[in-house]
Design a protein around this ligand. Sequence first.
Ligand code: BG6
Ligand code: MG
Length: 218
Amino acid sequence: MNKKGFIFDLDGVIVDTAKYHYLAWRKLAESIGVSFTEKENEQLKGVSRIKSLEKILEWGNKTISEDDFMKLMAIKNDDYLTYINKMNKEEILPDVNRVLEYLIQNEQGIALGSASKNARTILKKVNLISDFNAIVDGNDVEKGKPNPEVFLKAAKALGIAQEDCIVFEDSVAGVQAANAANMVSIGIGEQEILYEADYVFKNFTEMENSFLIELIKK
Ligand code: BG6
Ligand code: MG
């Protein structure tokens, strides 16, 4: 059997934490008088915490001191963590377990490639941490998505050539990062948003094991 590297984004792919990021950013943005809707939120998906706050300030035409910047980031993260602390394995998105189990059965490399600094906490919360052969997250990279660094590091940690890796992503920035890494990009979400991906599925339920086996055999 061929061995490929399957690299999963976390937020919005494995768990529906994208909604918690949205709620926490919206609360923070509104607290400083910046309007924030789903449209702005889409542009923050896959983007690091620092870059996200920079963008919100830019949209609101705000300049603040470095001190206040750090404070706002902490407020957002504390708020976000109140949601995360209540998580359990019921918040794993549909059919993620089936896909992971199938890949494990077929002895494939499995990695996490996430921008989040909370990735390990979340994987532990939902009891998935032991499914991953490698974890690369926001603590391990200097350049955020769409830069391919996170996925290149994940491939390296798996010991699998980047051309033999497949990335699952719900964000535009993440799909672009996978493409820049010369990996197969699979968008999880809407075709109109993720059209730069090699394949797009609404969710994992739409993705059959026969598709996965084709990727492995390629
Ligand atoms: C990404 C999310 O996975 O992680 C972004 O899509 C988030 O919305 C980023 O800002 C950083 O996450 P965290 O948990 O380190 O604030
Ligand atoms: Mg994501």
